[in-house]
Every structure is written in C-alpha cells, then in structure tokens.
Design a protein around this ligand. Structure first.
Ligand SMILES: [Zn+2]
Length: 50
C-alpha cells in the first residue's frame, strides 16, 4: 500500500475563493486561498473594521 509520490513538475495553484482567479498558493494549501487582489482587499476591510 505504498503511495506513489509523483514528481511535481507543474504546480497547480488554487483558485481564489472570492473571484476564482489563480492565486500564488498551491492547491495543497489548506484553508481559503485568496488572490493578491482579494487578499489586499480583505486586509483593507480588516483594517477598516475597527
Ligand atoms: Zn480573488
């Protein structure tokens, strides 16, 4: 029952959970992934809600 580990030549990037644009994060990253734009917007939102 050995799992074959393929050599990953192509990194599959996860899609942004908000706009479905490709992110800078690989699919293997857990949790919600945001593209740079949405990440920035979220940061702004967080900064404003205080
Ligand atoms: Zn996005």
């Amino acid at each position: 029952m050995a799992e074959e580990t393929r050599a990953v030549e192509e990194i599959v990037y996860a899609d942004c959970v908000l706009c479905q644009e490709p992110t800078e994060y690989p699919e293997t990253v857990k949790g919600a992934t945001l593209c740079p734009v949405c990440e920035w917007q979220e940061a702004q939102r967080m900064a404003c809600s205080g």
